[in-house]
Each structure stands twice: as C-alpha cells, then as structure tokens.
Design a protein around this ligand. Structure first.
Ligand code: CA
Length: 413
C-alpha cells in the first residue's frame, strides 16, 4: 500500500475530468422514471451516484439529506459534515469491496436531467476583474478614469435577483425594456422593445452553505467554513437596457431576467490544488479585506457561442478573491443564509482572446468578431452560449467544473 490517492473502481472515471478527486454534487431526476422524486447525486466519470439509497444502505447518519430535491439541507450541515461525507464517498468509490453496495445505484449522466441544484437565497454579483472593469470603463466612459475611485479599495457588487437564477440548459428569452435609440448617447429619446445588445458574462459563482446570525461578520479566513462549492455562472446582460437604467443605482432589469448556473456544484475541497496567489493588490486593502495567500483560484474558463470557442478567460487573473467578496458582503453585519450565491463578475484576462463578455470582444459593438464562419457583435436569437472550465485537481490531473449552457429565444411579442 502507498499513501497516494487510490484509484476508483468506476469504469472510465480514472484519469477523466470527473475522477474521484472531483465529485461534484447536483440534483437529478431520472428520465426513465416519472415516479422517482428528484434527489441529490454526485458525479463520477459519466455516471451519477444516487446518494440517498447508497447512504441508507451504508447507514450514513446524515443520509436523509440526499432525499431532498435541493442541496440546501446538506449544505446547511457545515464544513465538518461536507468533509466527512466527501471522505465517505471517496472511500466507497475507491474500495473495491464497496462496489456491490454502490454499483446498483450508478445512473448514466445521459439518463438524467439536472435540476437547479440549490434553492437560491440571496444573489450578489461582484465586479472583481481588473481587466473587465478597465475594459468596460474605457468602452462606456472613454474620456474618464475607467475605474471608480473605490474600485481598488473594495470589491464592488450589487444585489441580483435570486428568483431568476436558472439551471444550465434553460432557454433564455430575449428581454424587452427601455433602451435608447442608437445607443446610450445623451440626448436621444428612449423607446421600448426587445434588447438589441444581449450579452453573456462568464463568471465563477460561490454557493454558501453555513448560515450566520444577523450582526455577525465573516472574515477572509472564513471562506472554507461557509462556502460549500463553486458553480459556473452566466450573468446574461442586456447592454442597451443596462446602459439607460444603471445610473445611479446600478444594474436592474438589464440583468434580472435570467442568470444561469451549472447543474453541478464543485466542492471547494476539490479546488484545493487550484489555489494560487492573487495577481497583486495595490494599494494594500484595509484590514478586514486582507488575505492569506494563496487566495486566488486557477480556473481556466472557456466561452463558446454555437459550439465555437470565442474566449478563454483565466480566473487566476482576477483582482479580488472569493474570501474578500465574502468578507466584504458581511462586513456590515448582513447575515448569510444557506443557498446564498455570490459571483465574481465577468472574468476577463489581459489578452483580447481572454475577454469574458461580448461587450468587450466586440469593443462596445464597434468591432464584430468571428464566430465560426460568421461574426457577431451581440447575441442573436437561436445562439447557444456555453461556459466550461477546468482546474488543477488534487490528484495531479485536471478536474472539470459543471458546464453551463443556454439558448437565446426570441423576445415575447
Ligand atoms: Ca455580472
């Protein structure tokens, strides 16, 4: 026996992007059975472990939480249970003698529908990428300072709409609203109609498990105690609606129509080997925002439109870390609830092929970019947007985060 990680007995899983060092959780429904209620599963290779019957068969004390159509009951149990459950599951999937217990409860991932994996409590979106914020500032305010005075002192954020967070695979209807003819230039009259500048935003979302009491704060060291896991997130954005409405209170209807998240939630523990130092913060943040490095995460994102890769944003280039987002959003005593979701904001790297929105890729719609045989400025009806990501795994290979995809449907007449 060696002390190294043991290989899984699940066929096809070893060495894949969903090896035993990944094990994301989701909520699934069998396509072949209408009378089985949706419940919690974990992915290994191209299979889903139906956790409720496995836990019952192994008399796992907390096993009842997997009978829920949401991860919230499991997530509310806290870090010690998340860790012990992960160790239990890893043991089952690597110990050949457990095979008889588990194998009857493995379901092909192609035979299930993934549902929204958690009940979203509050949803907060940040604006943590220096490259994204600088690009947007240059596009929208070419004569001014691209960054607000506060940007390097705190992670800027706004409250999004929790009730319109949808799972990957959900169609997104082009929103209607007020927008200015010819763009956001001053002086033009507004009109009402379908957005002409529908965009995607490639983001990383963090899902809170452990709640806090009103009036308490979570320091930057509290990330692993409170954040259960990570999703990919597409913050669909109607740039024309957004540009007309966002001063002075920030995004509203230009973003609240839909936010897509992956069906798989990657445990934070699975990203332990992906931790990297932040690119550097100047000036040094105030005390409550100081972090122990490594505080960043080396997650490589990929943005596809109709199956064509248009960008590869590197999350490691992001200025503000998730620990700092969490510390900032609770520094005023705002409580956390199980199911709270906070997201990074658009991830953009320094290079033009690392931009995480079409607003940047088309530089405000002025420079169409290639998508396969065609070109785009913003999204067209029928376009399918897909976000993918991989990161270093703890076994030396790479792991995949859950994919998030959505197709643009025409506006309701
Ligand atoms: Ca966003």
């Amino acid at each position: 026996m060696t002390d190294g990680p043991r290989a899984t007995w699940v066929e096809g899983a070893a060495g894949s992007l969903f090896d035993v060092d990944n094990l994301p959780y989701g909520v699934f429904a069998s396509r072949s059975s209408d009378d089985e209620p949706p419940r919690v599963g974990a992915r290994i290779g191209d299979l889903v472990v139906d956790l409720a019957p496995v836990a019952a068969g192994d008399m796992l004390e907390v096993g009842h939480v997997f009978e829920s159509p949401s991860l919230n009951p499991f997530m509310s149990l806290g870090r010690p249970v998340w860790s012990s459950t992960r160790a239990w599951l890893t043991g089952l999937l690597t110990d050949e003698s457990e095979r008889d217990l588990v194998e009857p409860h493995l379901v092909p991932v192609d035979d299930v529908d993934l549902l929204l994996p958690f009940e979203v409590a509050d949803y907060v979106d940040f604006y943590c990428s220096l490259h994204h914020a600088t690009n947007v500032g240059r596009i929208l305010r070419p004569d001014g300072d691209p960054l607000a005075a506060s940007w390097r002192h705190l992670p800027v954020g706004y409250h999004g709409r929790a009730g319109t967070v949808v799972v990957s695979g959900t169609d997104v209807r082009r929103p209607c609203g007020q927008r200015r003819e010819g763009g956001p230039q001053e002086g033009a009259a507004p009109s009402y109609g379908p957005s002409r500048r529908l965009d995607l935003e490639a983001e990383v979302g963090f899902v809170v498990g452990s709640a806090t009491a009103l009036g308490s704060r979570v320091g930057t060291a509290g990330l692993a105690d409170h954040v259960f896991g990570v999703v990919l997130l597409d913050d669909w954005s109607a740039r024309d609606i957004q540009a007309w409405e966002y001063v002075p209170l920030g995004p509203f209807l230009g973003k609240s129509f839909a936010t897509s998240v992956s069906g798989w939630v990657t445990p934070l523990e699975a990203l332990a080997a992906a931790r990297v130092d932040l690119p550097g913060q100047d000036p040094r943040p105030l005390g409550y925002l100081r972090v122990e490095e490594p505080a960043g995460y080396d997650i490589d994102l990929e943005v596809l439109v109709d199956g064509e890769t248009v960008s590869r944003p590197p999350y490691a280039s992001t200025y503000w870390s998730p620990a700092q987002m969490l510390a900032h959003l609770t520094v005023n005593g705002a409580s956390l609830r199980t199911g709270d979701l906070f997201a990074s904001g658009t991830v953009s790297g320094p290079r033009t092929d690392q931009r995480g929105s079409l607003l940047e890729l088309s530089w405000g719609g002025r420079e169409p970019f290639r998508v396969g045989a065609g070109q785009r400025t913003f999204l067209e009806d029928g376009d399918t947007v897909t976000l993918r990501a991989t990161a270093p795994g703890t076994a030396g290979g790479r792991i995949a985060l859950g994919e998030v995809t959505g197709r643009v449907r025409p506006a309701t007449p």
